[in-house]
Design a protein around this ligand. Structure first.
Ligand code: FAD
Length: 323
């Protein structure tokens, strides 16, 4: 019997949706000598936007804020037909990026990964696809998305319930933490669609927490406020506009650090939140409290004006970006 040929890579990315493409672009920039392979089940790029073609499918964030930020030229080069782009326009945009940056050479389509196993002895991942072909890699980046197919917490439901390490609290199977936003809890003027979807995450969390509580699963949501990320701090102009908004809208008068959001997630994942399910935890320096109390709300037209003046492309926004 012939032995199975294993293809070797430095990094494997599963999925060629927006996350897979973005990861591939950045990895190639940072490590040009690496052997990188993207493995995708579909026949082409796009992920969610390749699979979902039902009539009326479109984004719920404004097109400009949904676009890739790594290609600055593209902001002026690409003209969105609609403020909220349709599925076909987004797919065209993704295909354009794909061609422009010559990403095809790293991607293998029509291949579905069935399993991924960490091998301690070689400190590599071993992946197997549906045909039995195998791939080995030092790094594995999962960009498999979560909206390309419906999913149930099948693996969690099979897990053996365990007692909390804290002090042996009643056995549980696991904890799911969904990412919502402060906009899941309050409405912000001029961002109806984004606010609607973030509220939906909390609706999903509440309903699912009811459905699975009896099975020993806890399901909660986290609602981060303004947070220091590359999106909010990379450009001095955007940072300035953000800080003006933070100063008026956030009682603690600062943005959160990513670690502070992570600590909230850690709490909801861990044994110390053993009796908490169906909740939405705000980690926001007091933002939601101030909004609910309706004290000192920022003036949206002033925020819009700051954004237009302080960013090179602010004039393109017709509505407030969700962040
Ligand atoms: C109608 C609609 C509107 C949306 N609007 C917005 C919006 O306005 N703003 C926003 O931020 N987000 C929006 N989203 C969410 C959207 O899913 C994400 O923004 C983004 O497209 C997700 O990209 P991704 O690369 O993480 O995942 P996906 O796009 O889901 O890509 C995952 C890819 O991985 C592949 N894959 C999965 N498993 C395997 C496997 N085992 N082997 C090989 N390949 C595999 C899939 O085939 C798929 O192509 C919207 C989603 C939908 C459906």
């Amino acid at each position: 019997m012939g032995s199975i040929q294993v293809e070797n890579y430095d990094a494997i990315i599963i999925g060629a949706g927006l996350s897979g493409i973005c990861s591939l672009y950045h990895l190639r920039q940072r490590s040009p000598t690496w052997r990188i392979r993207v493995i995708e089940a579909a026949e082409s790029v796009g992920g969610t936007w390749y699979w979902n073609r039902y009539p009326g499918a479109r984004v719920d964030s404004e097109s400009l804020s949904y676009a890739f930020s790594f290609d600055k030229e593209l902001v002026n080069e690409w003209h969105w037909k609609d403020s909220f782009a349709t599925q076909s326009d987004i797919l065209r945009y993704i295909e354009y990026i794909f061609e422009k940056h010559d990403l095809a050479k790293n991607i293998q389509f029509q291949t579905r990964i069935k399993s991924a196993r960490w091998q301690d002895s070689t400190r590599t991942w071993l992946l197997t696809d549906e045909t039995g072909a195998q791939y080995q890699s030092r790094f594995l980046i999962s960009c498999m998305g979560f909206l390309s197919s419906p999913s149930l917490p099948k693996i969690m439901l099979k897990q053996k319930p365990i007692r909390s390490v804290i002090d042996g609290r009643p056995p549980q199977r696991g904890s799911i933490v969904n990412f919502s936003s402060i906009q899941g809890l309050v409405g912000i003027l001029l961002s109806t669609a984004y606010t609607t979807t973030k509220h939906a995450v909390i609706g999903l969390t509440r309903t699912a927490s009811e459905d699975y509580a009896k099975n020993g699963l806890r399901i909660n949501a986290i609602c981060p406020g303004y947070t220091e990320t590359p999106l909010t701090t990379k450009s001095p102009e955007i940072l300035k506009a953000m800080m003006e908004r933070v100063d008026t809208a956030v009682p603690m008068e600062r943005m959160g650090r990513p670690e502070e959001i992570a600590d909230g997630v850690l709490y909801l994942c861990g044994g110390r939140s053993s009796f908490v399910t169906g909740t939405a935890l705000s980690v926001d320096g007091g933002y939601v409290q101030r909004q609910i109390g309706a004290v000192n709300r920022p003036n949206p037209s002033r925020v819009m004006q700051i954004l237009k003046e302080s960013t090179g492309y602010g004039h393109k926004f017709k509505r407030l970006p969700p962040w």
